[in-house]
Design a protein around this ligand. Structure first.
Ligand code: SF4
Length: 280
């Protein structure tokens, strides 16, 4: 059985840097605190917890003069203000590409545009992007775009991990409703690259395995993208979820993973598929 792993499967640089930063600070200072999970991957969060990087629900749970790490997908302005007020030691792991989206929103807003963010409602990255301007509208799918009222002047950005197809469809609807529209394509390049590699791979293999947590919208999007091209697409969180039955009569397997999937999980999956290949 031939196994092909997508070239850039797994961690994007933004997540990798944030996870490394959390490990480094925990090692140097013994403890570091994060508001919520650093990535949508239970295994990474539990490894970090064991290393001393703790998840808290509120900044009030961080000890006095403690260190707080702001995660890769950005943080709302009032949280920054509160952390400063509490004199916490802030380590900013916000991905530079997310900082750039915040800047794009502020620039579009300063041109007098109503801001529209194409993204998942309630997702931490989307919440922090929306917070960069007043009365931002979040649109997650074409149906919601159809329901929007006409707008004279709007600026549109997207969540970094959106599927290109969803964004294109929403933009074409918004073009019929907005007179003066400016769209900044803020899908980040690691996401675009990951999506393109999955599309190429899904067409040439018998089975596609997408590794990623079911709590990660990004991983679920990649699975659905692959499924559109290859019905034998399966999403798993680790090697124990692989089912031998999937691999009967299979000659080639493609593997990719969401941006929050660590390298060792990809390796474990590959090893397990190799073992299954030898058995069947
Ligand atoms: S998905 Fe893109 S924007 Fe988000 S952390 Fe990774 S590289 Fe940065």
């Amino acid at each position: 059985m031939k196994i092909i792993i997508a070239k850039n499967a797994g961690y994007c640089f933004g997540v990798r840097d944030a996870v490394d930063m959390a490990h480094d600070i925990a090692k140097q200072e013994g403890e570091v605190y994060m508001l919520g999970d650093i990535v949508h991957n239970e295994k990474v969060v539990s490894d970090l917890n064991n290393a001393g990087a703790k998840v808290v629900n509120s900044l009030k749970d961080v000890p006095k003069n403690g260190t707080v790490l702001f995660r890769a997908h950005g943080t709302k302005n009032d949280i920054w203000e509160e952390a400063n007020r509490l004199s916490l030691d802030i380590k900013d792991a916000t991905c530079p590409l997310v900082h750039k989206i915040h800047e794009d929103v502020r620039n579009l807003h300063s041109e007098g545009r109503k801001i529209i963010v194409i993204g998942d409602h309630g997702h931490d990255e989307v919440v922090a992007i929306a917070d960069q301007a007043k009365n931002t509208i979040v649109v997650s799918n074409p149906e919601e775009a159809k329901n929007l009222k006409r707008i004279r002047k709007a600026g549109i950005v997207s969540q970094s991990t959106q599927a290109i197809e969803n964004v294109k469809e929403i933009i074409s609807i918004l073009m019929t409703k907005i007179f003066d529209l400016r769209f900044v394509n803020t899908i980040c390049y690691p996401t675009k690259r990951n999506q393109e590699q999955i599309k190429d791979l899904a067409k040439i293999v018998d089975i596609m395995i997408i590794i990623g947590s079911f709590t990660s919208a990004n991983s679920k999007r990649l699975t659905s993208l692959s499924k559109d091209l290859n019905n034998n697409t399966f999403q798993v969180t680790d090697e124990n979820e692989l089912d031998e039955k999937w691999f009967h009569n299979c000659k080639t397997v493609g593997i990719s993973a969401g941006a929050s999937t660590p390298d060792y999980l990809i390796k474990n999956i590959k090893n397990k598929i190799e073992r299954i290949g030898k058995k069947i």
